[in-house]
Design a protein around this ligand. Structure first.
Ligand code: SPV
Ligand code: MG
Length: 525
C-alpha cells in the first residue's frame, strides 16, 4: 500500500492513532521499530539537529534532502511539518511535488506568515496569515498533487496567537472548504480544555490532529473520547537525546576514557543493524566480484601448541587472544573480507573451545596421534577452490587477496625474508625472489628443513583448485599421514606444478610464549 494511502486511512479511521517525531533517518527507523504507524517530521526537531532555529533558517531543499533519507529508511508514512509552505502558494506547490517524488505521505502547513516562528518560542511574533491567502495555499497544494491520496493538513494557529475559539473555528471551516484533508488545532495551554472544546464544536467535520506538547499530562483517554484522529508526540526523540549526549560528552572529557560508558551505549553491531548492514553483505555475495567467491577456506587448528604452556591448557593455540581476539576469529574476518564465506575449521585439542560464528567446525578426534594430513582429509573440498591456512597465522589482508587473485591451480605463499627456523616448512623454488612485480611466476621445487639452502619459508597458505585439487585428493588417499610439507612434496612428485607467491614479511605465527608479544604488536599496527 502507498504510504499516502496508509496515512489517509489512519486519519479517517475511527481509532485514535499516535505519531512520533523523528528528525533524521535513524530516529525515524527507531520510531518505526517501536511500532508507530506514522512519523512526524518535525520542523522544530529537524532545525534543531541542523543546529539552527525553527524560523525557516534551514532552506526547504535542505529539509527535503533530510526527508529523503527518512523516507528511504522507513516503510511507515511520514507526515511532514511544512511550516508555512516556505513562501507563497507557488513555493508550496514545488514543495508538494518534491515531497511526493520522495514518497512522503503528506504535509502539514500552518496559517502564519513566512518566515515562521515556533508556537512555543520566546518570540510573541505569531502573525497569522489572512484566511484568503492561506486558503489559496491549500487549494494550490491540492491542485498540484499528482497522487490523489497525498494528505494536506491545515494547522490552525488562532489559539496560539490569542485570536480565540470563534476565530479558530472560522478558520478551520474555511480551510476544510478549501480542500484540507484534516485540521491540526494547536494550543499552548497546559490543559487540554481548549482543544477538547474545539473538537466538540467541530463535530467531526473532518479528522482532527493535536500536538499535546504542553498539555502532555492529559490522559490519552480524554483525546479518544473527544474524537481526535491523530496525536503527535512532536519532539521527544530529539529531546531524549540531549541529556544523554551532554552527560556522555562530559564524562568522556572528564575521564579521558570511554571504558566506563562502553557498556551503556549502543553496540556497534546495533548501529550496523539499524543501517541494514546485513542486506549489503548479502548483496555483496550476489553482485560483487569478490576474489574469494566459490572458495572454501580450510583452517587447520587441531594442535595444542604445547610450548605455549598455560595459555593452551583449556584451548588450542589458535584460540589464544591476540589484540583482544582469538587468532582464528581474525582469520575468519580475513577470509570474509576477501568474500570467502565457506569456512571450515579443523579442530582437535580442546575442540569445544573453538566457538566461532558462521563457521563449520569439524573435529579430528585422533589429533593426538595424527598430523596435518589427517586433519586436511576431513575438510578438503572435492570441487571449486580450497584455501588451506594454518590456524595460528596472523597476516596482512593483502596476503589472502593476492593469493586469491593469483592465476594458476596451485599457489603457495612463501616469505623470502625468513630462511631459518626450527621446522621443515622451507621452500626451494626455481627462482629466488627478485622482488619484481612482473615476469613469470616462480615455481616450487620442494619443501625442506631450514638447514638446506632455501628461498624462504612457506607461511602456511596454499590454494588448490581444478586439477591440483583432484591430485591432492589422490595424494591424500595414498599418504597415511604427515605434515603439510609432506603433502606438498608428494604433490610435486606427482607432477603437480605449484606456483609461488613471494611476500616479504607482514605475517607471523604463534608457537612460543615470546611470539605473543610480537603478535599483539603486529595486530595493533
Ligand atoms: C514541530 O514539531 O515543529 C511543530 C509542533 O510544529 S510544535 O513545535 O509543537 O509547534
Ligand atoms: Mg513545526
Amino acid at each position: 500500500m502507498k504510504k499516502s494511502t496508509r496515512l489517509r486511512q489512519l486519519l479517517t479511521s475511527s481509532e485514535l492513532e499516535f505519531a512520533l517525531e523523528a528528525h533524521n533517518a535513524l530516529s525515524a527507523k527507531i520510531a518505526e521499530e517501536a511500532g508507530f504507524p506514522v512519523i512526524w517530521a518535525s520542523g522544530l526537531s529537524m532545525s534543531a539537529q541542523f543546529g539552527v532555529r525553527d524560523s525557516n533558517e534551514a532552506s526547504w531543499s535542505q529539509v527535503v534532502d533530510a526527508l529523503e533519507f527518512m523516507s528511504d529508511a522507513t516503510q511507515v508514512p511520514i507526515l511532514v511539518d511544512g511550516d508555512t509552505g516556505y513562501g507563497n502558494f507557488n513555493s508550496l506547490r514545488r514543495l508538494v511535488r518534491k515531497l511526493e517524488q520522495r514518497e512522503l505521505a503528506g504535509v502539514c502547513i500552518e496559517d502564519k506568515e513566512f518566515p515562521k516562528t515556533n508556537s512555543f518560542g520566546a518570540s510573541d511574533r505569531q502573525i497569522l496569515a489572512t484566511v484568503d491567502e492561506f486558503c489559496g495555499k491549500i487549494k494550490a497544494a491540492k491542485d498540484c498533487q499528482l497522487d490523489p491520496d497525498f494528505v494536506v493538513v491545515a494547522r490552525v494557529e488562532a489559539l496560539i496567537a490569542g485570536a480565540g475559539m470563534e476565530e479558530a473555528l472560522r478558520r478551520a471551516e474555511a480551510y476544510h472548504a478549501a480542500g484540507a484533508d484534516a485540521v491540526l488545532i494547536h494550543s499552548k495551554k497546559s490543559r487540554a480544555d481548549e482543544v477538547v472544546e474545539f473538537s466538540r464544536q467541530w463535530a467531526g467535520r473532518c479528522p482532527l490532529v493535536i500536538v499535546p506538547t504542553k498539555y502532555y499530562s492529559t490522559p490519552v483517554e480524554v483525546f479518544r473520547k473527544a474524537g481526535f484522529s491523530l496525536v503527535i508526540w512532536a519532539n521527544h526523540m530529539l529531546r531524549c537525546t540531549i541529556p544523554v549526549m551532554q552527560a556522555t560528552a562530559a564524562r568522556i572529557r572528564k575521564q579521558e576514557s570511554v571504558v566506563a560508558i562502553e557498556d551503556q551505549i549502543a553496540r556497534l553491531d546495533e548501529v550496523f543493524r539499524l543501517q541494514g548492514a546485513d542486506e549489503l553483505a548479502q548483496a555483496e555475495r550476489t553482485y560483487s566480484p569478490a576474489p574469494g567467491r566459490g572458495v572454501q577456506a580450510v583452517l587447520l587448528a587441531a594442535s595444542r601448541g604445547r610450548e605455549l604452556e598455560s595459555l593452551t591448557v583449556d584451548r588450542p593455540k589458535s584460540m589464544i587472544q591476540i589484540g583482544g581476539k582469538p587468532i582464528l576469529s581474525r582469520l575468519v574476518e580475513d577470509c570474509k573480507r576477501q568474500g570467502i564465506h565457506n569456512i571450515r575449521v579443523v579442530a582437535g585439542y580442546c575442540s569445544q573451545a573453538v566457538k566461532l560464528d558462521d563457521v563449520e567446525v569439524v573435529v579430528n578426534e585422533q589429533h593426538e596421534t595424527t598430523g596435518e594430513i589427517a586433519s586436511l582429509r576431513l575438510a578438503l573440498p572435492r570441487e571449486g577452490q580450497a584455501l588451506i591456512v594454518y590456524g595460528d597465522l596472523l597476516m596482512r589482508s593483502s596476503v589472502l587477496r593476492d593469493v586469491l587473485e593469483h592465476t594458476g591451480d596451485a599457489v603457495a605463499v612463501v616469505d623470502s625474508l625468513t630462511v631459518t627456523g626450527p621446522d621443515s616448512d622451507f621452500a626451494v623454488c626455481d627462482t629466488a625472489d627478485d622482488r619484481a612485480f612482473f615476469g613469470p611466476s616462480p615455481h616450487l621445487r620442494s619443501m625442506v628443513a631450514s638447514s638446506t639452502e632455501n628461498h624462504g619459508r612457506w607461511i602456511g597458505v596454499l590454494r588448490l583448485g581444478g586439477a591440483a585439487l583432484e591430485k591432492a585428493h589422490q595424494v591424500l588417499e595414498r599418504l597415511q599421514d604427515g605434515s603439510m610439507s609432506d603433502l606438498i612434496n608428494a604433490l610435486l612428485q606427482a607432477g603437480q606444478e605449484i606456483q609461488v607467491h613471494y611476500i616479504h614479511g607482514h605475517w607471523l605465527d604463534v608457537n612460543r610464549l615470546e611470539d605473543i608479544e610480537r603478535a599483539d604488536a603486529f595486530s595493533r599496527t
